[in-house]
Design a binder for this molecule. Structure first.
Ligand SMILES: Cc1cc2nc3c(=O)[nH]c(=O)nc-3n(C[C@H](O)[C@H](O)[C@H](O)COP(=O)(O)OP(=O)(O)OC[C@H]3O[C@@H](n4cnc5c(N)ncnc54)[C@H](O)[C@@H]3O)c2cc1C
Length: 348
């Protein structure tokens, strides 16, 4: 019997496991960390994330950091034919190496199985969690189950089927060969592509080009159009090397945020925690897992009260980011803001 079973070893799951020191913990993670098996991600840590990592006593080792460490974000407003450059103090990282590093920080009380969560049910002895390991269906008992399994959370879907997200996107990233230095990142706003945004980020030997598209969009043709738009505006890159994708949620109503109930909790993106304006989610994953770890360590039988208070506070943060999103994603307001020159880097 485990005290805690955590599904997912992304930043939320690993940080939670790292902070639960006095209990027997099992992590079920379907990715294979013995080879490069990364989550589709831009790999940019914003100031909030960097600050929170420092508060947690975590410093980023050099193998996680990627070049270039540019501080310039070019915003391409295709709808208004505007281009502006802004200062952004992101840390450019290798997302797979980051996840691997975070998982390496868990203590000896934590066991990790390469396995895929299937379902959970209550029995007289506690919770029974079923999972697939090497193609074989297995079961394990625990006191608390935590879904830290991201935006496409199977824990949320199987255990709380009525808690559907209001808005889901398919985020796709293509990796292209880098053939010349690109000392800036880009954000692209175009109604022809999506009602959200697209981006490019240089990484050592490659350039990631990606976008978030409402589910059901013809993603292949949108990505072709995006790459054409960028080439036409002077971005130089070579052949496509690989592609990846993931479900991205965009919380817009209070019911999107749901931390679970009874002895089953959700944390990170599976709880609906992510910025609806920028899709920045790593700070939310770290903060929510820290709050949940504290709540469980204080009282493993009644942790939802404290965790619920945390989620209410986070909703206020997300709501404000949603308002900011209304400005960014409205053609007229964005155009007017960009023309003011506020926050713009002069001379570029
Ligand atoms: C394309 C894209 C770009 C992004 N760029 C950024 C960025 O630059 N900066 C930023 O801060 N945020 C970014 N985000 C958001 C960020 O990636 C997430 O919000 C963050 O990773 C959430 O962390 P998490 O631990 O909650 O979930 P995840 O990081 O999604 O981790 C979930 C883990 O659960 C595992 N898992 C899933 N299902 C199962 C199962 N059934 N059984 C076992 N294991 C399972 C997965 O393999 C994964 O390891 C981006 C998201 C996308 C899709």
């Amino acid at each position: 019997m485990y005290d805690l079973v955590i599904v997912g070893a992304g930043p939320a799951g690993s940080n939670l496991a790292r902070l639960i020191k006095d209990k027997k913990v099992l992590i079920l993670e379907r990715r294979d960390f013995s080879k490069v098996d990364g989550k589709s991600c831009g790999g940019l840590l914003n100031e909030d994330t960097k600050l929170f990592l420092s508060r947690l006593g975590i410093s980023i080792p050099k193998e996680v950091v990627k070049a270039p460490q540019t501080q310039i974000l070019k915003a391409y407003d295709m709808d208004n034919s505007l281009l502006a450059s802004y200062r952004k103090d992101y840390l450019n990282i290798d997302r797979f190496e980051f996840d691997k590093y975070m998982l390496g920080l868990v203590g000896d009380n934590v066991e990790v199985k390469r396995a895929s969560f299937q379902d959970a049910r209550y029995s007289s002895r506690g919770l029974v969690v079923s999972y697939l390991e090497d193609g074989e269906e297995k079961e394990v008992e625990c006191k608390i189950l935590v879904g830290a399994d991201g935006g496409a959370s199977k824990v949320r879907k199987e255990v709380f089927p009525e808690k559907k997200f209001s808005r889901r996107y398919l985020a796709v990233q293509y990796d292209f060969e880098k053939i010349e230095d690109v000392p800036y990142m880009g954000a692209v706003f175009s109604k022809e592509l999506t009602d959200y945004y697209s981006w490019f980020i240089p990484k050592d030997e490659s350039i990631i080009i990606g976008g978030a598209f409402p589910e059901g969009s013809n993603v292949k043709s949108k990505m072709e159009l995006l790459t054409l738009m960028l080439r036409a505006r002077g971005l130089v890159f070579g052949e496509k090397v690989s592609s990846s994708g993931a479900i991205l949620i965009r919380p817009s109503v209070r019911s999107d945020l749901f931390g679970g109930e009874s002895s089953i909790a959700l944390v990170g993106e599976s709880a609906g925690l992510i910025s609806p304006s920028s899709s920045e989610g790593i700070s939310f994953a770290l903060k929510s897992s820290t709050a949940l770890a504290k709540a469980i360590s204080n009282n493993e039988n009644f942790f939802f009260e404290a965790y619920g208070k945390f989620l209410n506070k986070e909703w206020r943060r997300i709501f404000l980011k949603g308002l900011k999103g209304n400005l960014i994603y409205s053609k007229g307001l964005r155009g007017a803001f960009m023309k003011t020159g506020l926050l713009k880097i002069e001379g570029i």
